[in-house]
Design a protein around this ligand. Sequence first.
Ligand code: SF4
Length: 187
Amino acid sequence: MNLLLHICCGPCAIYPVAQMLNDGIRISGYFYNPNIHPYREFKQRIQGVQQFSQLTQLEIEIDANYGLTEYLRNVVFHEHERCAICYRMRLEGVARKAKTRGADAFSTTLLYSKYQNHEHIRKMGEEIGEKYQIGFYYQDFRSGWQEGIEKALEMNLYRQAYCGCIYSEQERYDKAFSKIKQTTKKP
Ligand code: SF4
């Protein structure tokens, strides 16, 4: 099987890539993440992915266009559902690319993260696969969470402190904001 793998960052790619290669799948990677802000963070994650590519010899296409405008135009006024919008932007991007390349399937390293809505990504991937008439390869890579972290440390890869968008950056660093979020959480 020829598979195009959406790569969100170097550390998240380690475990899924190792698993798929082990299963005999031919992979190439695609970095397409218009959700990552600000610009310096975007560049830093690209460098991490390039480093991962050099270390593993995995071919990875990098979309280096900074997608702030596109991302915000999709999300503004829909902030409460921003993650679903963000998943869709990226999964559709990789499905389209996989289709034009003649790949058999596509997948995403988002399936490795313990912090993403795993079930939502799986369902959306399948739905998008049907829409573009290309298979969505699903595997629950979360079991390799710790292994991926340890390998990322060994490889000295850049490990980000927040998910990617400017909203998640505030959630990570603005203590007052987090406190308000905590106290307004539904029971
Ligand atoms: S928190 Fe993460 S998944 Fe959600 S919108 Fe921001 S970057 Fe995308």
